[in-house]
Design a protein around this ligand. Structure first.
Ligand SMILES: [Zn+2]
Length: 385
């Protein structure tokens, strides 16, 4: 396929008039001139459009009435199909705080699904499942948010390794609370096997700094389910800003974080380190009503998803909408695109194949109308939606 006449989001993080040539599911050329078209090549005219990499969501639980923790092929297919239609071509969904056995089963089924995808089997009209984000069960029960307290467990390298074995290496990110007993030693022991993220925590600044020194390099939904950033108690947020390699996730759905704080976060961390996530749950894409998340009842009205006591329980907004919300709050489009594409891929070590428009990477694109950023087309390999 040849994609021409568009403004392409390049490796320089700017929009440039480039022509993209793809073969099967890979990009084979990105050039300033016109491409040598074979008669067999399909041409996509992207005039008046931006061409950006397909989005990657590394933290969401479900959508379209299904939860990743359902752990079935039917759920994975439904989630992948919905996400792809929303421009999210690559997914690393999150598990919840569940029992060891339940997590084990999800890991096994996700691994089988991933393997089938790699072999070109199964449905084609779905996003690529490239990882699992284990959000819990090693969290602080006092900051559980919408996680189920009865399944909270003490950090254990042995359990992590068992899940990773079940997942055949697909676990790319582990979210835990560094202040709970055993967390720091678990990070230190497994730092070369997993990426660790600080989450659902009461950690102070010093404990967070110890976690980063032990090997953590990521913060899960910054601001949510953690102590605030205050002038005498900077907490996890201050520690992350003092640790240059750290990535921070933001739920930019217009509900979880005020616009001023979104802008301040991009200023504080720079657009290389912010990752937009949806944290979406199964009601995303469905009408208002009562749904479930990790076994808890969630009430959904518009883009608010809450437990009965009003605690926010994930979002009901897909990542593409979160990216547009960031732009509407004053974040430059280039920064919002980085935060939804290359940054998440880099943070889970998948950027050699995904997340930017470069020769040798996956041919996953989102074609947006320049005038209003609406989706004109979603391209995944030879398929165009
Ligand atoms: Zn969470």
């Amino acid at each position: 396929m040849i994609i021409k006449n568009g403004l392409v989001f390049s490796e320089n993080n700017t929009f440039e008039p480039l022509t993209i040539t793809t073969k099967k599911d890979l990009i084979c050329q990105v050039s300033g001139g016109s491409a040598n078209a074979d008669a067999a090549d399909e041409i996509f005219d992207a005039a008046d459009c931006y061409v950006i990499p397909g989005l990657t969501d590394i933290h969401f639980h479900g959508c379209d009435g299904h939860d990743f923790c359902d752990g079935t092929t039917e759920a994975f297919d439904a989630i992948g199909a919905f996400e792809l239609k929303q421009g999210v071509t690559t997914i690393c969904p999150a598990t919840m705080t569940l029992s060891e056995e339940m997590l084990s089963g999800i890991c096994k089924n996700a691994a089988a699904y991933h393997k089938a995808q790699e072999n070109g089997e199964g449905r084609r009209d779905v996003s690529d499942l490239i990882g699992i984000h284990m959000e819990g069960p090693f969290i602080n029960a006092h900051k559980k948010g919408a996680q189920n307290e009865s399944y909270v467990q003490e950090p254990s390298a042995q359990k992590l390794r068992r899940w990773q074995q079940d997942a055949e290496g697909l676990v790319r990110l582990v979210s835990l609370a560094p202040e709970v007993p055993g967390a720091l030693s678990c990070i230190e022991e497994c730092r070369d096997e997993f990426r660790f993220s600080i989450a659902h925590t009461e950690s102070d600044y010093d404990t967070a700094m110890s976690a980063f020194a032990a090997g953590a390099d990521h913060v899960t939904h910054l601001y949510n389910a953690m102590p605030p950033f205050t002038h005498r108690a900077p907490g996890v947020i201050g520690a992350a800003s003092d640790t240059p390699k750290t990535f921070v996730e933001l739920i930019c759905d217009g509900v979880h974080i005020a616009p001023s704080v979104v802008r301040a976060t991009f200023r504080l961390f720079g657009d290389d380190r912010v990752i937009l996530i949806s944290d979406s749950m199964e009601a995303t894409g469905k009408p208002d009503g009562i749904y479930s998340l990790g076994g808890l009842e969630v009430h959904v009205k518009g883009n608010h998803a809450t437990l009965a006591d009003g605690t926010l329980a994930g979002s009901a907004t897909p990542l593409y909408q979160c990216m547009l919300t960031a732009v509407s709050m004053g974040i430059p489009l280039e920064s919002a695109v980085k935060a939804s594409t290359i940054n998440p891929c880099r943070s889970i070590g998948m950027d050699s194949l995904y997340g930017s428009i470069r020769e040798g990477k996956k041919a996953h694109f989102l074609v947006l109308n320049q005038k209003d950023l609406s989706i004109r087309a979603i391209i995944k390999g030879q398929q165009c939606f």
